[in-house]
Design a protein around this ligand. Structure first.
Ligand code: AVJ
Length: 328
């Protein structure tokens, strides 16, 4: 058996201070609802807190995703063209992917390209996956679409791509942006290439709210860490004790929203951005949306963005779906 190799290549530059600073300034100076982009939740502390969230009994998403791959990887692999290279958007902890790579490695050598903006997340994933025989890992530290283009450019004639988007991260986009993302992915693919897409499904609101506002307060810490990160990296003066973590369900958009609600009227300075702003008592900063889907809707979403659906698997304990698409 061939031994696994690992290598991390930094392609596009990781988002610099100035991009973080300008996104923070833009979000906090919006008229009306202030907001901060959810991608900034995942610094090293935020990624570790997210890993802890995944262990919470109230947060069933990641375990559902894991169970689906554990039980259906062979079925997914049976439907794939041969050979395929595997590209994963958001490498995560690598736990779920292991099941799929193992199933795939039974029939072919596998080149696995995880793509993540966080190099530490990428490394942790590689520890898990790099141990499987017949799997070669080459990670890219960059934005999803940049990484996808880089992998597509290295493809050999006749090799197909399987794109994994397993974190249900698509739920962080609003529905039109989710469509656009699927279209952008499609543009980097050739007909017959595959996409395995994970989506969290609609379920009783009480259950969803507990998943995003757990009694131990891990999700609250995950959310507030965004303010702590601004303090650390941009010399901000947020007092975290002056904010409440709020999870609410927007029925019209069918999404859980996370907010940080100011307990008082306060002035915030973010010195490295040369910026300050006011927050009223009760005013919130919107930090994340997690859209919830109907299984049929996911199929339609793929169909109107350049794919056909070749299978859909739904977990029986936690309403969560993985859908396999082929690029048309
Ligand atoms: C990693 C984006 C799938 O939206 O459920 C967990 C992030 N936020 N708890 C999600 C998250 C609050 C998570 N995703």
């Amino acid at each position: 058996m061939a031994s696994a190799s690992m290598l991390v290549t930094a392609t596009a530059a990781t988002p610099g201070l100035s991009e973080f600073a300008s996104d923070v300034v833009a979000g906090l100076s919006r008229p009306g609802q202030k907001e901060l982009p959810s991608k900034y939740l995942y610094d090293d502390v935020g990624s570790a807190l997210f890993d802890a969230i995944c262990l919470l009994p109230e947060y069933g998403l990641s375990r559902a995703g894991m169970r689906l791959l554990q039980h259906h990887s062979a079925e997914v692999v049976a439907r794939l063209p041969n050979p395929v290279v595997v590209v994963e958007l958001g490498s995560g902890s690598g736990q779920k992917t292991r099941w799929l790579l193992k199933a795939l490695a039974r029939r072919q050598r596998v080149n696995y390209y995880p793509i993540d903006i966080s190099s530490s997340a990428l490394w942790r994933g590689q520890q898990v996956v790099g141990q499987i025989d017949w799997v070669r890992v080459l990670g890219f530290v960059c934005a999803y679409l940049d990484g996808l283009r880089a992998v597509a450019a290295r493809r050999r004639d006749g090799a197909h791509m399987l794109v994994l988007f397993l974190g249900s991260t698509i739920g962080n986009f609003d529905r039109p942006a989710g469509d656009q993302f699927l279209r952008d992915v499609r543009k980097t693919l050739q007909p017959g290439d595959a996409l395995l897409l994970a989506t969290d499904l609609e379920k009783p609101i009480a259950e969803l709210l507990l998943a995003y506002d757990d009694p131990a307060g891990v999700t609250a810490a995950f959310n507030k860490n965004l303010l702590a990160r601004i303090n650390r990296e941009l010399d901000g003066d947020f007092d975290l004790a002056q904010f409440d973590h709020v999870a609410r369900y927007d029925e019209r958009h069918r999404r859980v929203e996370m907010h940080l609600r100011s307990k008082s009227c306060q002035r915030i300075a973010i010195r490295k951005a040369g910026f300050w702003c006011h927050l009223d008592e009760g005013e919130s900063i919107w930090t994340e949306s997690s859209h919830k889907y109907d299984p049929e809707e996911v199929i339609t979403m793929g169909e109107r963005t350049g794919y056909r659906c070749a299978g859909q698997w739904i977990d029986s304990e936690w309403a969560f779906a993985q859908s396999l698409f082929f690029a048309l």
